[in-house]
Design a protein around this ligand. Structure first.
Ligand SMILES: Nc1nc2c(c(=O)[nH]1)N[C@H]1C(S)=C(S)[C@@H](COP(=O)(O)O)O[C@H]1N2
Ligand SMILES: [Mo]
Length: 370
């Protein structure tokens, strides 16, 4: 949105009178990538998408409303009636049990606020295959204990969590959804039945989906209908193989145990570039998020132009947790008009940040006025 000269003078005058800063309307749009509609469900079936509008993330809106939570796959057409839904728990060394979704829903309690990101979150216009919700459910350990499977289940076994899925793939996705975990991978995992205190919707895996905090979304199986104890040397599933590159797996990973945990390393990206008048001068304020990683870090630096030095992000409080995203802001006074690539890096060598190192979350903006 651009201001007319008159509007500009009015806002300037107002700011001067108040001797305070004034935010100008609108934001500088991010360029490049696909111009997809945000916050609106598009596509059909397996290819259903909803991209969260990350520019709306703010201190008062750190949890994504359920209707805006990203969707990576719509419910299969032949999704069975969720009323009598059960999870078939079986496998080596266990007695086959059915876990009723209604039982899980009765035992549901709040699990916490967690971010979910699709491993294929690669559109620099938006990066909107990422959202944060308050989840409720039953921990996997409790659910298995309820099915008579105690903590000793770990002995030489892995756990496959499978979901109902589309019968056929599409040009961008394969059919079938299951992930095989080592037992410790699921320590914090839970079977979610509610998002933001509302029952799960079909888009998000109703009646039961898996949430594995800090892992990419591809492991967070929707419409869960199977939990199977499998041998340690079991082959990886087609879902794991489909997402192997995007979850940074070793080349030639073939068995489930060849896979590394599909965790999200520390990452950061701008979510909007605001225009401000400060003491009658135009300046820009970059608002961004930092997420992922096994421990919080605020050692972020930002750069707008390869010819300029990296500088510390101006205002980046140490996040209290890496379970969700946290906000940072940075005042920017560009010295020229034209295109800029906004990139971030973390300067702590003990923090793994593969995607940041690859400039994966770079944003491009065009500045017309300085
Ligand atoms: N059964 C099933 N579960 C699934 C998928 C799927 O296609 N089928 N997609 C996965 C992927 S790739 C992601 S990113 C998340 C997205 O969850 P959401 O649509 O609720 O945001 O679900 C995961 N769980
Ligand atoms: Mo995904």
């Amino acid at each position: 949105m651009r201001l007319s000269r008159r509007e500009f003078l009015e806002v300037s005058a107002a700011a001067a009178i108040q001797r305070s800063d004034a935010r100008l309307p609108g934001v500088v749009p991010f360029e490049g990538g696909l111009d997809v509609p945000l916050g609106r469900r598009i596509g059909r079936g397996l290819d259903t998408r909803l991209f969260t509008d990350l520019s709306r993330v703010d201190a008062s809106r750190l949890v994504t409303p359920a209707a805006d939570f990203f969707v990576r796959t719509g419910p299969p057409d032949r999704l069975p009636d969720i009323g009598p839904w059960t999870i078939d728990v079986h496998g080596i060394g266990v007695k086959r049990v059915s876990l009723a979704a209604t039982d899980l829903i009765e035992r549901t309690r709040r699990m916490g606020t967690f971010l979910m990101e699709c491993a294929g979150n690669n559109n620099p216009r938006d990066f909107g295959l990422m959202s944060v919700a308050r989840w409720s459910g039953v921990s996997v350990a409790d659910a298995l204990a309820g099915a008579g499977i105690g903590p000793d289940r770990s002995h030489g076994k892995r756990i496959l969590v499978g979901g109902f899925d589309h019968a056929e793939g599409s040009s961008t996705s394969a059919a079938g959804a299951s992930w095989i975990f080592a037992v410790p991978d699921l320590e914090r995992a839970f079977l979610a039945t509610a998002m933001n205190d509302e029952p799960l919707t079909p888009d998000h895996g109703a009646p039961v989906r898996l949430i594995v905090p800090r892992w990419y979304g591809c492991a967070c199986i929707k419409w869960v209908n199977t939990i199977e104890l499998v041998p340690d040397d079991v082959a990886a599933t087609s879902q794991m193989t489909e997402f192997a590159t995007r979850t940074h797996q070793p080349r030639n990973a073939r068995l489930a145990r060849d896979f590394t945990p599909a965790t999200i390393e520390l990452a950061a990206t701008p979510v909007r570039v605001e225009r401000w008048l400060r003491n009658g001068r135009l300046s820009y304020r970059v608002v961004g998020i930092v997420w992922g990683g096994s421990r919080p870090s605020n050692a972020l630096q930002i750069r707008f132009d390869v010819r300029e030095p990296w500088v510390p992000v101006e205002n980046c409080p140490l996040p209290q947790t890496t379970d969700a995203w946290s906000l940072w802001t940075h005042t920017w006074i560009p010295q020229r008009t034209g295109r800029f690539q906004i990139v971030l890096r973390v300067v702590d060598p003990s923090v793994a940040a593969r995607r940041l190192d690859l400039y994966f979350y770079t944003r491009e903006v065009r500045i017309d006025e300085i």
